[in-house]
Design a protein around this ligand. Structure first.
Ligand code: FDA
Length: 399
């Protein structure tokens, strides 16, 4: 039986980074480090991330940017490895980058550069691709990993197999099976950062506007549990998408409503009254187009039965209704597009089982969970990679 010191399951962002960090920190003391993945290439999600340019971190990283059953769990790991630490590595590797909006950092060139940097950093570790992990069992001195290429024994085991999103890219959910096998609790995994799907009556407005994008505010929940995102909203033939919808999808649960404000900087009912007070022959649609793209303004006027109608002929009740339609559009999505298109998995290995400083399972010395498989999910915008780097760094320091 082949025996190694550390086996890392998964050659994604967290697994590759962890292997490099172990070697950097422990040097020769690291012993043999083996990374297993069933994919044909490492870091496949990095390759396609950020539209091919990898949004590798976010300067605004903080606990409030993550969804988790325990909102404080990520604090220690995030403090131990910051966006600036990753940027320093990117700079040292000579990779040019730029800040887009909201602190999001992207490569100027291809995301492939990040993968190459991670591979260079983990020289000394063995990367075994095309190796499907089938099962993990506790063994006398560590763990026994059953794989499509035969068994492997290791003193330490790091599970970095990611979540369930995009099975076509290699996601299997095996990390959850391993956690369950060792008696760890799971927070029900569900699709996050995913387009929502809508009922036929909502599609009547969306479909003809397919391709149109507006700056909107999408909110969900009430009181202290209210979450809102102001970002791009895209009309599609399947409903609504774009960053604002993807963000809210990580918080939405089946049966709940979301509220869309299509003109978050304006009070539309009051604005329409003001224009009406100025007299003139303006139509409802052209008045609305002061705040909305013309196509959307026309569609909203037509939906209200006011295509071609003059603003001056409308009473206050109609203007209030139009205002509500623009500023407080209440929708009840019927579902999400699911694992096929979800960028992340919300939920995962319950953090109560893990030591937040090391990512080690409290009840099983030598077993670690890092990255997306853990119940820590970032907002859209580079936070998920920052969690992958930070959690991998925390585990590597302990190993
Ligand atoms: P990851 O999923 O990267 O890696 C897990 C690895 O385990 C995979 O290589 C898989 O093949 C392997 N594996 C699974 N089951 C196995 C088995 N049974 N046997 C062997 N190997 C197995 N985030 C961000 O911060 N900025 C961004 O720009 C983007 N963009 C983006 C775009 C798209 C289209 C997607 C789908 C996702 C993003 N993300 C993102 C999210 C980000 O990609 C994600 O959070 C990280 O890749 C998670 O890293 P992990 O290493 O935890 O899992």
């Amino acid at each position: 039986m082949e025996q190694v010191d550390t086996v890392i399951l998964g050659a994604g962002a967290a697994g590759l980074f962890c292997a490099g960090s172990i070697l950097r920190q422990a040097g020769d003391r690291a012993g043999r480090v083996v990374v297993l993945d069933h994919a044909r290439a490492p870091g496949e999600k990095i390759r396609i991330s950020g539209g091919g340019r990898c949004n590798f971190t976010n300067l605004a990283t903080g606990l409030d940017r993550f969804v988790s059953g325990n909102p404080r769990f990520a604090a220690s790991a995030l403090a131990g490895f910051s966006p600036a630490d990753f940027v320093a590595m990117v700079d040292q590797a000579g990779i040019a980058w730029h800040e887009k909006t909201l602190g999001q950092l992207f490569c100027d060139g291809s995301a492939r550069q990040i993968i190459d940097m991670l591979l260079h950093r983990m020289r000394g570790a063995e990367l075994r691709l095309g190796t499907a992990v089938e099962k993990v069992e506790p063994a006398e001195r560590g763990f026994l990993v059953a794989s499509s290429k035969g068994p492997l024994a290791a003193r330490r085991l790091v599970v970095a197999t990611g979540g369930k999103s995009i099975p076509k890219m290699g996601a299997t959910g095996i990390g959850y099976d391993i956690a369950a096998h060792f008696g760890l609790a799971l927070v029900e995994p569900r699709a996050g950062l995913v387009p929502l799907t809508f009922a036929e009556q909502d599609l009547d407005l969306c479909r003809p506007l397919s391709g149109l994008s507006v700056a909107a505010e999408v909110s969900h929940g009430a009181g202290r549990r209210r979450t809102r995102f102001r970002d791009g909203l895209l009309f599609t033939h399947r409903g609504l998408s774009g960053p604002a919808i993807l963000q809210i999808s990580s918080f939405w649960r089946p049966g709940e409503e979301i509220i869309v404000d299509l003109a978050p900087d304006a009070e539309i009912a009051a604005g329409l009254r003001e224009i009406r007070g100025q007299g003139g022959r303006m139509t409802v649609a052209s008045a609305l187009s002061r705040w909305l793209p013309a196509r959307l303004a026309e569609a909203i006027a037509a939906e209200a039965g006011l295509a071609g109608a003059r603003l001056a002929d409308q009473g206050n009740a109609v203007l209030d209704r139009l205002g509500g339609r623009v500023n407080r559009w209440v929708l009840r999505p019927v579902g999400t597009e699911g694992w096929r298109t979800a960028e992340v998995t919300v939920g995962g290995v319950d953090t109560r089982a893990l030591d937040s400083r090391t990512m080690q399972v409290k009840s099983v010395p030598g077993l670690y969970f890092i990255g997306e498989v853990v119940d820590v999910t970032g907002w859209l915008g580079g936070y998920n990679f920052q969690w992958a780097w930070a959690s991998a760094h925390a585990a590597a320091q302990a190993i």
